[in-house]
Design a protein around this ligand. Structure first.
Ligand code: GLN
Length: 547
């Protein structure tokens, strides 16, 4: 049995902030966590954010984007929750496998240990074995010595059966950690009842009661609301939820997620946290670069429309990082980028001109499986022939390669073996070492790989250097047996993996902007470092629009 303040928990000097949510999902826990982290970072603290998700999947890698939105991939090849994308976009600090843990991963670890006999014949139980493993992982990043503050977002809502072990683990950890080194921020909703003409606090009170019955007293409440919260109501919430009135933080709907750090600054969220955690040595927050970005975002001088051709376009979260990369690249160019989603399986040779009418650039999205593949081919043919700026990502590059084979190299049946295993011209194919893998989870080329860019190519000019590293998530590759024919016909392999020779970027030098990558540049675009390929693509779209 751990003693208070005497376990490994006490050995870390980091401070821990736990963020829970109540009343409903989609309150923006990820954005609030990222915004608080940004404010603390702006004061000079080293901050990281991790997410604990209550579902049983080992990771979101096998989840359909319709279920859980985009799967975000880290440098170390972890397939993670899309909130990690927000953490990186706000903080400009890479995350890793350690930043996302699911119930499935916890159980997998504990059950494997049980099979190995590590529990010496004991009954293995949620308390203490599962909670011990959760606590161990909650502390890991704090124990590296790299961070002053670790923010842990607990997925799901308070009251869900599956989040109970996480809440219990937080309860235990708070008891084990030294005084003033942890706190709980609870997010709730203040619904506005039109008929009554007022905000209602009851759901918040109930949600806090649920949290307390699980053993956690929140220190700070962040109340999501469509209207400003009157002072009298703040007092009421404070009284009935047992928090200080200054710790009732208003979180109004924002025009952009990137405005939320400033809204939280106005509400003094960072000051409350610093005071409660007795954080020493913080400076006045330096948010100049952030404000500069917001200024450019909100005062565009140009405007373009980009078609996003994809298979999951009904759900904006499925292409979260791509949409955000356009926000960053737009601000960089002082350009409002309107993304027009086009369902790829609606596209065909007859309607492509009509559906792409008026767009200034086309991005063909990543994806898996056959559905919508032929529609994407039509989109690429159209932009290639009409000199419309084009950007292909992952499957989008593979489509560009297949389209070129069919319509330029004269190989009408060329395809990717993912779409047609019998194609006589497998210009995109699976590599030998991938073929033996039959399990679906974690079987792809995942994470960061180096890439050497050809000097003078469009890609090299965009990056301003020849050596890059980008993140991957795919099984199929450009088939190098065809490479010479491509280059002779005018499609350049302008980026290659220096070790394997795999083609990572293709481009058409005789087109205003036709660049496609096997990797996912969108995953590395941040407010501080908008991705150069997105920046150049938006610039090409501006030029196209001006004619
Ligand atoms: N389905 C393709 C592959 O597995 C592309 C994957 C992707 O776009 N992320 O190679």
């Amino acid at each position: 049995m751990p003693d208070r303040n005497s376990t490994s928990a006490a050995a870390t000097t980091a401070k821990f902030i736990f963020v829970t949510g109540g009343v409903t999902s989609s309150l923006g826990k990820g954005i609030i966590s990222a915004s608080l982290a940004k404010l603390l970072q702006a004061r000079g603290f080293r901050v990281t954010i991790q997410k604990f998700d209550p579902y049983i999947n080992i990771d979101p890698g096998t989840l359909n984007p319709y279920e859980h939105g985009e799967c975000y991939v880290t440098d170390d090849g972890a397939e993670t929750d899309l909130d990690l994308g927000h953490y990186e976009r706000f903080l400009n600090v890479p995350t890793s496998q350690a930043n996302n843990v699911t119930t499935g991963r916890i159980y997998d670890h504990v059950i494997t240990k049980e099979r190995e006999g590590a529990y010496l014949g004991k009954t293995v139980q949620v308390v203490p074995h599962i909670t011990d493993e959760i606590k161990r992982r909650m502390l890991l990043l704090g124990q590296t010595g790299q961070f002053d503050v670790v923010i842990t977002e607990i997925g799901g809502s308070i009251g869900d059966i599956e989040s109970l072990p996480f809440v219990e683990s937080v309860r235990q950890l708070r008891w084990e950690l030294p005084e003033n080194s942890s706190l709980v921020i609870h997010l709730t909703l203040l619904p506005y009842l039109k008929a009554a003409g007022e905000l209602k606090t009851k759901p918040t009170q109930h949600s806090v009661r649920d949290l307390r019955s699980a053993g956690l007293q929140p220190d700070i409440l962040v109340c999501r609301s469509e209207y400003p919260i009157p002072a009298e109501m703040r007092r009421k919430i404070a009284l009935f939820c047992n928090v200080n009135i200054n710790s009732v933080i208003e979180s109004l709907d924002a025009d952009s997620i990137y405005s939320v750090p400033l809204l939280m600054l106005k509400e003094h969220l960072d000051e409350r946290v610093i005071k409660k955690l007795k954080l020493q040595g913080g400076a006045h927050p330096d948010l100049e670069a952030w404000k500069d970005f917001l200024g450019r975002l909100k005062n565009p001088t140009e405007e373009v429309t980009i078609a996003l051709v994809g298979k999951y376009v009904e759900l904006p979260d499925a292409y979260k990082s791509i949409n955000e990369a356009f926000v960053h690249a737009g601000a960089q160019n002082e350009c409002k980028v309107t993304v027009r989603s086009i369902q790829s399986d609606h596209l065909n040779a007859d309607n492509v001109a009509q559906l792409l009418h008026g767009v200034d650039g086309v991005l063909v999205a990543p994806g898996f499986g056959e559905r919508g593949f032929e529609g994407k081919i039509q989109a690429v043919k159209y932009v290639r022939e009409n000199d419309i700026p084009f950007f292909g990502i992952c499957l989008g590059m593979q489509v560009a390669v297949v389209e070129f084979a069919r319509n330029v190299l004269g190989l009408p049946e060329a395809s990717s073996t993912e779409m047609n295993a019998q194609t006589p011209d497998p210009v995109i194919a699976m590599m030998e070492e991938q073929k033996s893998i039959t399990q679906k989870g974690g079987t792809m080329r995942l994470g960061a790989y180096d890439c050497e860019l050809r000097k003078g190519s469009k890609a090299a000019k965009a990056y301003g250097r020849n050596h890059i590293s980008e993140r991957h998530r795919h099984r199929y590759e450009f088939n190098n047996e065809y490479l010479q024919r491509y280059e002779e016909a005018g499609m350049l392999a302008s980026g290659r993996n220096p070790e394997t020779g795999l083609v990572e970027v293709v481009e058409l030098p005789n087109h205003p902007w036709f660049v496609a990558g096997q990797f996912h540049p969108e995953l590395k675009s941040t407010v501080q470092n908008p991705h150069p390929l997105f920046v150049r693509f938006v610039r090409a779209a501006i030029q196209f629009r001006k004619g």
